[in-house]
Write a new protein. Structure first.
Length: 284
C-alpha cells in the first residue's frame, strides 16, 4: 500500500490544448472570475468548435476530418461492444447491446430512464442496468448523479447520461452540455488525484423539475454551480431556486457564443454569464 498513485486519463480539453499547465482549484476560480481568458478568444473559440465537432480523442481531433472521425467513431464502438464487452462480461446478447448503444446518443444530457430502455429492448430492468454499468467500465459513457446531502439517497437515484466521446451526440444543445460535462469531470478527477480534496460532479433537480446542469462539490460541499446555454444570456432561474438553499458561493452560466462576459449576483453568491471558451480554457 502507498507505493504508487492513480491518475485518470481523459480526452483533450480546451485548457490542456491552449494552456498546457493544469490549474489548481484556487487558480481556476481566480482565472474564471478575475483573470479572463488566458489567450485571445478567437483562438479559444476555434479550438472549442473543433472539440465540439470532432470530440476530444487525439486521432479524430488532430486529423480534423469529418470522414476520418466517422470511421474512427464507428470502429471504436464496434471494438467496445464486439471485443472489449465480450471479453469483460461474456454477454451472449451482443446484438441487443448494439441496439442499446444505438439508442443512447439521443438520450445524452437527460435523466436516465432505465425503465424506458428496458421497454424498448424488451429485457429485464437489471439487465439494462448491468449493460450500462459495463459500458461505463469501458469508458463509453458516464453518469452524473443528482446532488443530495444524503449520499445513499443520491447514489440510488438515476443520473444524467454523458459520453466520453461527445461527438456521438447528434443535437447541438446536448452535445455542448456533454462537452462541458467532460471538462468538469476531468477537472474533478485531476484535483482529486493530485490531493486538492475530494471533488465530485453532480447536477441539481427538485420536485418542481427546476434544474441546474452541474454542481461541483469539494469535500462534499457545494463549490461551483454551472449551467449551459447555446445562446441565452438571460440569467437561468434555476440559480435563484437552488443557490441560497445549498449555500453555494460561486456559479457560472456558460454560453456557446463568443464575447460574452457579465458579472451577476444571486443573494450572497457571486456569478458570471460567460462564453464557454473563456471558462473552459481555465479548466485543467
Amino acid at each position: 500500500m502507498g507505493r504508487y498513485f492513480d491518475f485518470r486519463l481523459h480526452p483533450f480539453s480546451l485548457g490542456e490544448l491552449e494552456r498546457g499547465k493544469p490549474s489548481s482549484p484556487e487558480d481556476f476560480l481566480e482565472g474564471v472570475f478575475d483573470g479572463g481568458a488566458p489567450t485571445p478568444e478567437d483562438s479559444l473559440q476555434k479550438t472549442l468548435e473543433g472539440l465540439l465537432q470532432y470530440g476530444g480523442f487525439p486521432e479524430p481531433f488532430l486529423r480534423q476530418s469529418a470522414r476520418f472521425a466517422r470511421l474512427w467513431q464507428r470502429g471504436r464502438t464496434e471494438k467496445i461492444v464486439r471485443e472489449d464487452l465480450r471479453d469483460l462480461s461474456r454477454i451472449p446478447e451482443l446484438s441487443r447491446v448494439e441496439m442499446l448503444v444505438a439508442l443512447l446518443p439521443d438520450k445524452a444530457a437527460q435523466p436516465l430512464s432505465v425503465q424506458s430502455l428496458r421497454e424498448d429492448l424488451e429485457v429485464a430492468h437489471d439487465t439494462v442496468r448491468r449493460w450500462l454499468d459495463y459500458l461505463g467500465e469501458l469508458y463509453y459513457l458516464h453518469e452524473v448523479k443528482p446532488y443530495s446531502k444524503s449520499i445513499p439517497r443520491s447514489l440510488k437515484r438515476e443520473g444524467k447520461l454523458y459520453f466520453w466521446d461527445w461527438s456521438e451526440v447528434p443535437e447541438p444543445g446536448p452535445r455542448f452540455e456533454n462537452l462541458v460535462a467532460g471538462h468538469l469531470l476531468k477537472a474533478a478527477h485531476y484535483w482529486t488525484d493530485t490531493g486538492e480534496g475530494l471533488f465530485q460532479l453532480h447536477y441539481l433537480r427538485n420536485k418542481q423539475k427546476q434544474e441546474v446542469d452541474f454542481l461541483l462539490t469539494r469535500d462534499r460541499r457545494p463549490w461551483l454551480a454551472v449551467e449551459c446555454k447555446l445562446a441565452d444570456t438571460a440569467l437561468h432561474p434555476g440559480f435563484q431556486a437552488f443557490l441560497p438553499r445549498i449555500e453555494c458561493g460561486r456559479f457560472v452560466q456558460l454560453v456557446a457564443a463568443p464575447t460574452v462576459r457579465k458579472p451577476v449576483l444571486v443573494g450572497a453568491s457571486r456569478g458570471l454569464i460567460v462564453s464557454a471558451a473563456q471558462f473552459l480554457a481555465n479548466c485543467p
